[in-house]
Structure formats: structure tokens, C-alpha cells
Design a protein around this ligand. Structure first.
Ligand code: PMP
Length: 287
């Protein structure tokens, strides 16, 4: 059933609402086509399996539904949020109380970041509260984003674009809704899945792109002081693509200027998503 978002209803007994008992994906379109839809649905299934939620329908059928919802929304480009909750049922933690998994596909117009963000880069802070490993949710996109929300609140209060989240030993894990990369000399590094990150779809494409460009890649833990001393830092996410970071806390990165490797990887990524003919975000501005 397709309805207007403001008319769609979910029960107050839905376990996603009661307990955050749900998993989700954020997808975006390019020229109306959902990018990496199959990879997103595969991750959604992995997330659901991690918390023992049975997907309500096969992946191919879900993909068709999502495409139908995107077409019905008629946006130039869409932000698509796909959710699966365990469903409704009487209160109680017993997962057996849920009747039937519920799926929601929310399609909204995509709000792109201003081109200046890509041209000039952004500053980030490190969130002071450390994030402990969550072995239940490890690698799953489950609907508990409170740490990310508090971190982003701290970032916004400091006038920063994003917050880096650290683990108990002070290593950088990821952003609030992004993965983190650093460039040291000719080498690109990003933390491993085992560190307790969400393995981003954009991250995977960036790693593949780096490989194609002949950039050496290391998957390893990133102590904060290494990030602060890196030649380049950037963050990646479905909605933001690749955003150069030019300051971490008070520390300037790359002399406050986005780096060449960051730009080269972003340019190659844009070719991959079929935007080669369009000006790159950092080229759209003419001073
Ligand atoms: N980490 C977290 C915590 C996120 O929420 C996201 C956004 N989904 C990412 C990383 C980046 O993942 P992706 O590239 O798949 O959007």
C-alpha cells in the first residue's frame, strides 16, 4: 500500500517504537535509480538475521516494492529509508510476542549538501563519551542511534559538521552516520569491521575505487592521534558520498585544504554512480 508519509500509521505497540526492535537502511537514488539496492538489501537481511527478525518478504519482491515507492514519489532524486520492525504485539521483551514483521519504505526528496562542503571540507569533533562494543548489534544497522544523536548534538554545538566516535581505547571508529578514512603519504586507511563499525556500502565502493586507482589500502585500527596527524581525512556515507575533513577538534588537517587523494577518489566514485558528465560538487562553485 502506498500512502502519503503523513497519512501512514504505525501502531504504538510496534516493537520498533517500544524497544528500538528494528533494523533499517538508508538508500539514495541517482537519476531516479536506487544506488546499490541489492547491497543495501543484503545488509538489511544481515542486520535482521543478527537480531533474529525474519524478513517479511523475499529480497526480489522487496526490491520491486521499493522501486515502485520511488516511482510513486516522483522526486527528482530520493532519500529512501527502508525499515523492518519485529512487528506489533503485547509489551514484553520476549521476541515471540511479535505477530508479523512490519516493513516501511519512506521516500522523501533528497536534500544534497551544499557544494561548498565538498570544495572547502568540514570540521569534525571527537565525541567525548566513548562507545563500548555492542556484540549483539555488531555490524548490524539496528535502530539505536542514541550515541550518534548525542555525538551529533555535541558536534552541532561546537559548529562542526560531524562527530567522530571513539572506542574504549581511544581509537576512531566512525562518524555518527559515516565511515572514516585517513590518507598518510600514498596509503589509505580505515578501521576494520571487527572494531565495531557499520560496514558502509560507500566504504566498500571507496575501497574498490582506491584499488582501481592504485592507492595502497590498509584496514586497521586508527588511534585518534594518527587521525589528527594524517595528511588527509574524509568521511563517507550514502547520502553525503565523500566529504573532505579539514579539521579534527582544534587540529587542522592538510593545512585546512581538502587533499588530492580525497578528490581523486570522489571523482572516480562519481563516475561510478554515473555522474561523470555533471560538474563535481567542488567544481560547481565559481567565485
Ligand atoms: N556508520 C554508521 C553508523 C552509519 O549510520 C552509516 C550510514 N548508513 C555509515 C557508517 C555509512 O554507511 P553507508 O555508506 O552504507 O551509508
Amino acid at each position: 500500500m502506498i500512502s502519503k508519509p503523513e497519512e501512514a500509521k504505525v501502531s504504538v505497540y510496534d516493537r520498533g517504537f517500544l524497544y528500538g526492535d528494528s533494523v533499517f537502511e538508508t538508500i539514495r537514488t541517482y537519476a531516479g535509480e536506487p544506488f546499490a539496492l541489492d547491497e543495501h538489501l543484503a545488509r538489511l537481511e544481515r542486520s535482521a538475521a543478527r537480531v533474529a527478525i525474519t524478513p517479511p518478504l523475499p529480497r526480489v519482491d522487496f526490491a520491486l516494492e521499493i522501486r515502485r515507492a520511488i516511482r510513486a514519489a516522483r522526486n527528482p532524486e530520493s532519500y529512501v529509508r527502508v525499515m523492518i520492525t519485529r512487528g506489533t504485539g503485547p509489551m514484553g521483551l520476549d521476541t515471540g510476542l511479535a505477530e508479523q514483521a512490519l516493513r516501511v519504505v519512506l521516500v522523501e526528496p533528497l536534500q544534497s549538501l551544499p557544494a561548498t562542503v565538498y570544495r572547502d571540507g568540514v570540521s569534525v569533533i571527537t565525541f567525548k563519551t566513548r562507545r563500548a562494543a555492542d556484540e549483539v548489534a555488531q555490524g548490524a544497522k539496528v535502530s539505536n542511534y542514541l550515541t550518534s544523536m548525542m555525538a551529533l548534538k555535541e558536534a552541532r554545538a561546537a559548529g562542526a559538521h560531524e562527530a567522530l566516535i571513539l572506542d574504549g581505547s581511544g581509537d576512531v571508529l566512525e562518524g555518527t552516520t559515516s565511515n572514516v578514512f585517513i590518507v598518510e603519504g600514498a596509503t589509505l586507511s580505515t578501521p576494520p569491521e571487527e572494531a565495531g563499525i557499520l560496514v558502509g556500502i560507500t566504504r566498500a565502493h571507496v575501497l574498490e575505487t582506491a584499488h582501481e586507482l592504485g592507492v595502497a589500502v590498509k584496514i586497521e585500527r586508527l588511534p585518534l592521534d594518527r587521525v589528527r596527524r594524517a595528511d588527509e581525512v574524509f568521511i563517507t556515507s550514502t547520502l553525503r558520498e565523500i566529504v573532505p575533513v579539514i579539521q579534527v577538534d582544534a587540529q587542522p588537517i592538510g593545512g585546512h585544504v581538502p587533499g588530492r587523494t580525497t578528490h581523486a577518489i570522489h571523482a572516480a566514485f562519481r563516475r561510478k554512480v554515473g555522474l561523470a558528465a555533471e560538474p563535481l560538487p567542488w567544481e560547481q562553485i565559481r567565485d
